[in-house]
Every structure is written in structure tokens, then in C-alpha cells.
Design a protein around this ligand. Sequence first.
Ligand code: ADP
Ligand code: MG
Length: 452
Amino acid sequence: MSTFDELKLSNPLRNAIEELGFETPTPIQSQSFAVIRSGKDVVGIAQTGTGKTLAFMMPLLMDVKYSKDIHPKILVMAPTRELVLQIAERIEEFAKYINVRVLPIYGGTNINTQKRALADGADIIVATPGRLYDLALNGNVQLKAIKKLVIDEVDVMLDLGFRFQLNNIFELLPEKRQNIMFSATMTEEVDALIDSFFRFPQKIAIAISGTPLDNILQECYAVQNFYTKVNLLKDLIHDKEKYRKVLVFVSNKRSADRLFEALDEDFGNELCVIHSNKTQNYRMRSIEQFDKGVNRILVSTDVMARGIDLDRISHVINFDTPFYPENYMHRIGRTGRAEQKGNSLLFYTEKETAAKERIEELMDYSIPENEFPDGIEIAQQLTPEERPRDAESYVPNQAIDERGPGFHEKKEKNKKVNLGGSYQREIAKKYKKPKTRGDKTYHKRNRTKKKK
Ligand code: ADP
Ligand code: MG
């Protein structure tokens, strides 16, 4: 669908949108319209700036009816006060010719004013979870009439640790309701939330608008493990002329801290990091320093890199391979903006091969692979996640074709990582042999533990 006319909007809504000067619906707007109206649970994944607010409000505003009831029917939740205010303002604009009462609810301001406003009645409330819960517990707002729940920026919400508050609020909502959720990235936490609260949700994913991929040069490297990735990264970004402004993506806070630590010695004063466990001030300072060029390298998680408008990024480095392919699209979209040429590198381990293939399938493009450069040390050090759980079946990471038949037998049971013999040989060629065998200290340590 490509025009607002085709959506058969009500006149009041049509007029308001026309006044805003919007000519055609964005992809997320046209694709989610019918699904949201059908009443099904919906998960919408689309980049920032693709018009998600109107995407969920347009179908919801089609069905609101004038009511004297003071209890809200629609609840929109967003992670920050700024967003709550912004969304409430937008809704007012969209609903300019519709008789609904919209009320923003957020912390850090006088709670009594909000109590009074609630007592007057509201049809749509836009809220941060914390303040809403306080008001609900004190009986200032009754949530039993909510028919539609929208959670906006759910990835940020969960990354900031609001899961608990969300659960509390869900308990106060009627069970029979429509859940609608919007997010720019997929994360494990988002997935878990969907699993526990949604009923057969329909997923609408807008990978990326247009095809900005043409001006992004994509390359990838097969790399043995985390610390070998560190060695490769260090080697590459030592070239300051070429790697002028580098955004390094990792999928979680732990990896962000670990990588930051590993790079600190060599790149200390050129380096900054952001993730959700850092204070707001720290994050803002990091972004500013990176933006101004004070720091050349920024390490960031997927969710936190949002909202940074970075025009002159020379390289996006996918230090790990995103499990959700849409996240890769979002990441590389940070480079190659406007007319500029951008570069993207992807590091993947054997375990991440499947994720890389999902990305390639989504793009319908296979990422050209670079030979692993000579002279880069294959790290023996493993991260806690990389260490095998079971020390008995642990085989030091010698080259695969050197391993005896016993190895293959054991591997056979472990179907998740085992993709068959020829695949292993191929991988063995790609991932160079380690210089010494295995992480011996770790091995020994585990053995002694067992004897106790
Ligand atoms: P998101 O939540 O996806 O980041 P917003 O809902 O904040 O996006 O919208 C981003 C901007 O795009 C806003 O300024 C909004 O007014 C504008 N916008 C939304 N829909 C349209 C449209 N169909 N045509 C033109 N501009 C639009
Ligand atoms: Mg938004």
C-alpha cells in the first residue's frame, strides 16, 4: 500500500495528517495498519525516524470513541520522560480533530498535578513505567479498562532495566488486551518479553528503508575467538589515516567492557565506550567526544548507539555477529550516509556462522571475505563464555584436522555446533592454527577442582 487514501482513514484523521504535510505513509505505517486494526498482538521492528509513532497511533485512533468514562483505554509506555512528552505531543497533533483526552505521565515532576489530571479523566495515557506504577498503586489511575497496550522503544526500556516495572504494570492490566510493541533493534530480552506476554504476535520488520547498501563496502573475517578478534581489531585500527572514525558494535554490556579493557592500553586516549550501565552523563560525554573527533574509536552496544547522529563515520566494525539480522542492517546503516562511502567489517567465529548466514539471506548478498592477515596472533585466552562447560570433553583448540576420531564422535552428539566433516575442514582452513595448543592453565585448574 502506498498512499494514505488506500488506508481509508477517517476524515478527522485524514485531515490532521494532511495538515502535518505527510504525503505518503512510511513502510512501517502502511504495513502495520491492517495488522494493528485486526486486534492481533504486534511486534514492529524499524529503525529510528521511520515514523513509528504514527504507525501505532493511526490504527488506534481509527477506533477510539468519545467517552465520558474517566479510565484510560489506551496505554502507551516509553522509557524516558522526554519520549513520553514527545509522543503525547504527536498524538495530540494526530488527534487534533478527534475528541480524545491525552495525558502524559512521567517522573521528576509534581505528582499531585498528575493526580488531579487523572481524576479529570483521560482516554490515552502516555507514561514512563515507574511513575505510572506509583500512581496505579495509590489508586490514582485505574488500569482495568486498558484495551490497547503500546510499548515504544522496548529495547531501550529493557536495556535500562525496566523489566521488573513492566511486569508489575502487566499485572494490573486486564488479561484481554491487545499488545503492541515497537523497537528499533531485537535483543534477547525483547525476545523473552514477547515470549512471556504476547499471544501469537505478528512480527513486522522493516529492515532498512531504501537501499543504502550500495555505498557501503562490506567485508568480513573468520576469526577464532574473542581475543583473536581483539588482536585483529588492534592491527587494523592502528592505521589512523584509514580508520578515521570507528564505531565498534558489540551485542552486550559485558563484551563492551571487556573490549574496552583490552583496547585501553593501546588506544586509551582515542577510545570511549557506551552501554546502559554507564551513567547518562558518561554516555553523553562519550558520544560528544566521539562526535567531535576527540576520540577516534567508540565501542557501543546496539541499543545505546541509537540517537547518535554520526555523519562522518569511516568504519562500522561488527565485533560480534548480531544474532538478529535486522541489527546488522541498523549497525551498518550508521556509515555511508548521504553521498559518503562507508565501510563495514564483520568478525565472525565458527559459532556465529549461522547468524552471518541469516544476515546474508536477509540482504540477499554474501559478504566478501578477507583472508585472515598473517602475523596476527591467535589468542589462547578465552572469555568465560567461550570456555567449555564440561572439562572432561574439552579438547584444546588444536587445528581440527589434527584431532582424532574420538573428537568427531563426541562432536557428533553436539549437533548445534557440528555441521559435518567437510564443513569442519573448511573452517579449519579459515581459522588459522593456534601457535600453541589450548588454554592449558584453564584446563589444569579445572582438573584440580574435580579431584577435590
Ligand atoms: P520513530 O519513532 O520511528 O523514530 P517518529 O514517529 O518519531 O519516528 O517520526 C519521525 C519523524 O518523521 C517525525 O518528525 C514525524 O513527524 C515524521 N513522519 C512520520 N510519518 C511521516 C510520513 N508518513 N511522512 C512524512 N513524515 C513523517
Ligand atoms: Mg519513536
